[in-house]
Write a protein that binds this ligand. Structure first.
Ligand code: NAD
Ligand code: IPM
Ligand code: MN
Length: 368
């Protein structure tokens, strides 16, 4: 009996993780192949399946997400690796909203985890900031806020036109993201091994009193359950200034959907630009989705100049989430070495193309 249980456990441990890969549009189609190449170089036990969701597919057959698309991802895959969506040929951006925001909402990927790390001081536009000084994480609510597309336009095209965009904040949604942030703080360490200590809630409760009031009350309630964790509050405007003047004190930041979107692009600037930032869209215990923070960058798409490291670091984050920490560490170490040796794309000071930078990292892993 004991032996058969052990066998079952070991069979499930060696089952390859099934990854759905959706490169999407623009530079997504360039950076994701590099992330895939690196996953393979790291020898990760994965089975990859590609999906063609994106602008080309939409323009060809008007399908954004095929019937049962999200159910298939949730049922048949352990994780989803995504590039980016957005194409000037689809000015309404409908496919991007239906695929990306649809995935987040319909798969209930409520925690958007965006780590902010500095691999090399040369990448940070601020003076005197070392890698040890920039190691925080933004936990962004990912299913509510102004992203619900609730609202309407009245008297469109007249001088009396009114546009309303509702900001939805549910008790359940606010509480689960704040709890997630405290749990993250309690169970994760900084890169230097020291414990995380503080959760900062960022809002605009001085102006947005109804939603802000709910966030404030829930934050205080949840904090009582975590007496060992320090708490802090900042309005989002003041936080933006602090982030570019001195980001050293940030640890875990929890915030709503829109503020999280904005401050993580700002934070990407501290890391060396949008090409360096990784993220996960998580629902604990369920299929989660991983994507670089950047978009499809139409002006640079198709030119082999996009930085693939955000996508590659995102792949590492995905593997770590799936329990492949050794493979994830190999990837992160190889990216760090590439940055140190300037084997990078031009946005962070190198001379390599997207493919060549990916190839360099893959080779560094293979020979490590
Ligand atoms: P963007 O992130 O695509 O680009 C912003 C700037 O950063 C541009 O100057 C771009 O050249 C640069 N940049 C981005 N990624 C880079 C990389 N890997 N290497 C080098 N430079 C990089 O944002 P945008 O221009 O506001 O949006 C373009 C399209 O992407 C829009 O349709 C937008 O809706 C969409 N978008 C999608 C996602 C997503 O799918 N997750 C995220 C953001 C934006
Ligand atoms: C992101 C993007 C998306 C967002 C857009 C494309 C809707 O900017 O993932 O950061 O606002 O969430
Ligand atoms: Mn964004």
């Amino acid at each position: 009996m004991v032996q058969s249980c052990a066998n079952v456990a070991s069979v499930s441990a060696i089952r390859k993780k099934r990854i759905a890969v959706i490169p999407g549009d623009g530079i997504g189609k360039e950076v994701i192949p590099q992330a895939v190449r690196v996953i393979e170089a790291a020898g990760a036990a994965v089975e990859l399946t590609s999906f063609d969701w994106g602008a080309d597919r939409y323009l060809a057959d008007k399908v954004t997400v095929p019937p049962d698309g999200f159910a298939t991802l949730a049922r048949d895959f352990d994780a989803v690796l995504v590039g980016a969506f957005g194409d000037p040929r689809v000015p309404s951006n409908i496919h991007a909203r239906e695929i990306l925001l649809g995935m987040r909402r319909q798969m209930d990927l409520f925690a958007n985890v965006r780590p902010v790390r500095l691999l090399d001081p040369a990448l940070c536009p601020l003076k005197g900031i070392e890698p040890k000084d920039l190691d925080f994480v933004v936990i962004r609510e990912n299913t509510e806020g102004v992203y619900g597309d609730l609202g309407g336009v009245f008297k469109q095209g007249t001088p009396d036109e009114v546009a309303i965009q509702e900001d939805v904040n549910t008790r359940k949604g606010v509480e689960r993201i704040i709890r997630y942030a405290f749990d993250y703080c309690a169970s994760n360490r900084k890169l230097d091994g020291s414990p995380r200590r503080r959760v900062l809630m960022c809002d605009k409760s001085n102006a947005m009193t109804h939603a802000g009031g709910l966030w404030q009350r829930v934050f205080k309630e949840v904090a009582v359950d975590h007496p060992q964790i320090e708490t802090q509050h900042m309005y989002v405007d003041a936080l933006a200034t602090q982030m570019v003047r001195d980001p050293r004190g940030f640890d875990v930041i929890v915030t709503n959907n829109m503020f999280g979107d904005i401050i993580t692009d700002l934070a990407a600037g501290l890391q060396g630009g949008l090409g360096m930032a990784a993220s996960g869209n998580l629902r604990p215990g369920h299929t989660s989705m991983f994507e670089p923070v950047h978009g499809s960058a139409p002006p640079i798409a198709g030119r082999n100049i996009a930085n693939p490291f955000g996508a590659i670091l995102t792949a590492a984050m995905m593997l770590a989430h799936l329990g492949m920490t050794g493979e994830a560490q190999k990837i992160e170490a190889a990216v760090l070495e590439a940055v140190r040796q300037k084997k990078t794309t031009a946005d962070i000071g190198g001379t390599l193309g997207t493919r060549e930078a990916g190839e360099w990292v893959a080779r560094a892993i293979a020979t490590s």
